[in-house]
Every structure is written in C-alpha cells, then in structure tokens.
Design a protein around this ligand. Structure first.
Ligand SMILES: *[C@@H]1O[C@H](CO)[C@@H](O)[C@H](O)[C@H]1NC(C)=O
Length: 132
C-alpha cells in the first residue's frame, strides 16, 4: 500500500515537472513555419458558383511560435495557382473561413491553396460555373 502511494506521488511530481518545463517560452529564433492541412474541400467536394462554404483546416497541432499567423486562400486550376483570392487577412488558427464560390468555368481540377508562410494544397475538386 505504502509503495503504491509512493509511486503515485512520484508520477504526480514528474507530471508537474514536465508540464512546467513545457510552459517555458521559446525564443524568437525558434519560430516555426506553420501550414496546417486543408480538410475541406476534399476530392469529393462539388461547389456551385455563388454558394457560400466553409473551407476548413486542421489546427490541432500548432507549434508554440508561428512566424506568420495571417492566412490567405487562393484558387488553383490545372495545377497552377491563379491570382484569385477567396479569403485573406484571417487568423490561421481559426481552422475555418467562409468563402463565396467564384463564377468560373466548370471543371473538376480546381484546388485551394492555404497560405501561411508557405502553402498547402487541397485535393482537386469540382466547381460548377459555366461551360467552357
Ligand atoms: C461555417 O461553419 C460555422 C461553424 O460551424 C457555421 O456556423 C456556419 O453556418 C458555416 N457556414 C456555412 C456556409 O456552412
């Protein structure tokens, strides 16, 4: 019984030590490039022009320090990033932002790119706009 209590106390003590050491702030030199993966749209997404949709991304594992917290979403088509901006100036840690689907030529090879410091692409998905 006593030794079980001692083990529990030891565990408790080390948990506190570990928590405190993790809370020590890192210096500016240790800031990390942070580009979370896009979770919506997916390869199965079909958007129609003029609709409003949430673009979502995974913010479950951000580094302690982020170089650029300001996000931007741009449209890609046929493997190229277009100049079309769907959202800009938002906090990258929000995890979602509403965008209005632009009126474009119907195609199934659209992608979004989420920029923080660098960019992460969504899978290719479909936007229904006007025929080619
Ligand atoms: C986007 O997500 C938010 C939070 O879940 C929700 O309140 C809002 O209705 C969503 N917008 C659309 C267009 O689905």
């Amino acid at each position: 019984m006593m030794s079980a209590m001692k083990t529990l106390f030891a565990l408790f003590f080390f948990t506190i030590l570990f928590t405190v050491s993790n809370a020590i702030p890192v210096s500016l030199e240790q800031r990390d490039v942070y580009v979370p993966p896009i979770t919506c749209p997916t390869a199965y997404t079909v958007w129609n022009k003029g609709e409003v949709h949430n673009v979502t991304w995974d913010v479950s594992d951000p580094p302690a320090q982020i170089t650029n917290k300001i996000g931007r979403i741009q449209l890609r088509e046929g493997g190229l990033t277009t100049p079309l901006i769907l959202a800009d100036g938002f906090d990258i840690l929000l995890g979602r932002i509403e965008v209005t689907v632009p009126w474009v030529i119907t195609a199934n090879d659209y992608q979004l790119v989420l920029f923080g410091d660098s960019g992460n692409f969504s899978p290719e998905f479909t936007i229904n706009g006007s025929p080619l």
